[in-house]
Design a protein around this ligand. Sequence first.
Ligand SMILES: [Zn+2]
Length: 247
Amino acid sequence: MQYALLDGVKTEALKGTQGTCIGCGKKVIAKCGSIKIHHWAHDVTAKCDSWWENETVWHREWKEKFPANFREVNFFDQKLQENHRADIHTAAGITIEVQNSSITLKELQAREAFYPKLIWIVNGLKFKGFKLLKALPQPNHPALENYEFRNSEHLSMIRKTDALHQNPNAEVLNFYHRDLNTIPITSEFYAFSWRNPHLAWLNAVCPVFIDLGGHFLYRLRTRYQVSENYRYLQLISKKSFLAKYAI
Ligand SMILES: [Zn+2]
């Protein structure tokens, strides 16, 4: 944890001190070594927040993009009878969970049910076999209404009528096809492939923003189709994300 109470004040870990956990009220010890980021830690035996994961530099960097009073905000969970510390809870009542490691679908759903307005930021650099592919046209472009995106590495389409009739001989079209070649390609929407997808993120109901490093986030989006739904990414700069939420 970045914060604990020291003489009743929310404070960052201070070498050689003991504080009080903002959640459970138990004793926590300042860990200020030279390898891990400075943090507060419970005794190994203490039971506090079962959703908490060990903090990394990546977590800390995200938290520090937000005002200090938005970081590590405590809520009591009546159902689980435990405290949860939201990584970030904004003045507008939005909770942002910054997640480095994978979680089970069960935990994801519990957390989505617990926080009324939740946004996930997940570390995409830890995904296995995740690849950003080509730029797409606006998936909701009116001219694409009667087409379905196929889940293939090279962007292709079939007509919706073929999808409805499950036509095994459906014509596969690409963007050079005369019916489609006037639809502009954007620099906002992207295809991706994910060899070993982490199913919890694909089943999230709350917005999921993937951080692949750099200046942008990629929001996981779904195009709902007659045939298999199509997943794609929407690019948003970290700057505009923060302009929206870090206030
Ligand atoms: Zn605690």
